[in-house]
Design a binder for this molecule. Structure first.
Ligand code: PMP
Length: 366
């Protein structure tokens, strides 16, 4: 008997594999780059107040949130059709949802999307769902985007280039100079999406400033999230800053009512609390330095991370052993078979636990 069939692109789709979860307080949950902080009291209050209204649909246009984001990102002002720049803001259920909206808005069957690899594992999945073809470009040996090779990979079928800075899972950022040099060389009909999911954690000289570049390059779109520094991973809300026509297209491809009222309220409350968020980010950045130094002292090669995680490159066998050693000490981290292990940075206790439990690279247990 014949049956409804899956699309070919979906039949072969690997499916997104999340980091291991734990709800036990004894387990250090360092597999998903979440914030280890409890929600801020002011944010919690707004979520609880919003809970009384869940029998109503949310504001589908998320107008109040989009206006706040426009102000936060400095895109308010002339140039759009709405007042205040909200016409350049797209929100969605996590930045992964916004990315899907963007890709679905621009990809025609067979269009190519160039991106670094290894990078965020949702990229090839979302490209395939949109009907496009993923063109992965290997990172350099020191874990950077290979921008010359990415430029060389752009061909007549290229519709989008995805840049991830800092890159997940390696933590390595682009410099601003690298970004603008790249944008100068990309043909203007190619959309460049700069994924800045971890931008709040970026330190160092010449940090990439996607929003400054956005004002100069009409083919640049900046993707951000409330899941990481803002600690709202469980509520699912992210955003993009894009030129009004693209933003409008990406709002049209959204699932209706995809961003809940609670998520909208919590995101606005978080933008009201940017100073407290900045303090939390500074604490994570401090632990990142301590974890990196501790790992290097025990012999690991650790690229400088500009995100809330660190990256240890290792082969399949060693990554399996490393994850097992840490799991035996109730520490969950993320293994990327064949490439390495990613460890989320949290508080000082988590740093100490990782440093105590992680074997030196040459003494990994058999
Ligand atoms: N981009 C990058 C680089 C990420 O690492 C993640 C989450 N792991 C996302 C986007 C998506 O995050 P969210 O959908 O929670 O905003």
């Amino acid at each position: 008997m014949s049956r409804p069939e899956l699309r070919a692109a979906v039949r072969n789709l690997p499916g997104y594999v999340p980091g291991r979860r734990s709800l036990s307080a004894d387990v250090a949950a360092l597999a998903s780059n979440e914030s280890h902080f409890d929600p801020l009291p002011s944010v919690r209050e707004r979520i609880l107040a919003g809970a009384l209204r869940v029998h109503r649909y949310p504001d589908m246009a998320a107008t109040a949130l989009r206006e706040r984001i426009a102000g936060h990102c400095g895109v308010a002002g002339p140039g759009g059709t709405d007042s205040g720049g909200a016409d350049q803001v797209v929100v969605g259920p996590g930045s992964v949802g916004v990315l899907q909206q963007l890709l679905n808005a621009v990809i025609e069957p067979g269009d190519e999307v160039v991106h670094a690899w290894r990078s965020f594992e949702a990229y090839p999945i979302l490209v395939a769902i949109a009907g496009g073809t993923s063109v992965p470009v290997p990172l350099t040996a020191d874990e950077h985007h290979d921008l010359p090779a990415m430029l060389a990979a752009i061909g007549p079928a290229t519709r989008v280039v995805l840049l991830c800075s800092p890159n997940n899972p390696t933590g390595v950022p682009l410099s601003h100079n690298e970004l603008t040099g790249f944008l100068d060389a990309v043909p203007p009909h190619v959309l460049v999406i700069l994924d800045e999911a971890y931008v709040e954690f970026v330190t160092g000289t010449d940090p990439v400033d996607g929003l400054a570049a956005y004002h100069r390059y009409p083919n640049l779109c900046v993707l951000r999230t409330f899941s990481k520094a803002y600690g709202l991973a469980g509520l699912r809300v992210g955003y993009a800053i894009a030129h009004p026509e693209l933003a409008e297209g990406a709002r049209r491809t959204a699932l209706p009512f995809g961003v809940t009222a609670l998520a909208q309220e919590a995101a606005i409350a978080s933008l009201d609390a940017v100073d407290e968020i900045a303090q939390r980010v500074a604490a994570v950045v401090g632990e990142r330095a301590r974890l990196t130094a501790g790992l290097r002292a025990s012999g690991w090669w650790v690229p400088d991370s500009a995100a809330n995680f660190v990256w240890l490159r290792m082969d399949d066998e060693n990554s399996r052993r490393t994850v097992e050693s840490l799991a035996a000490a109730d520490i969950l981290v993320r293994a990327y078979p064949g490439d390495g292990v990613r460890i989320t940075v949290a508080d000082a206790i988590a740093t100490d636990r990782v440093l105590a439990a992680l074997p030196a690279p040459h003494t990994l247990p058999a």
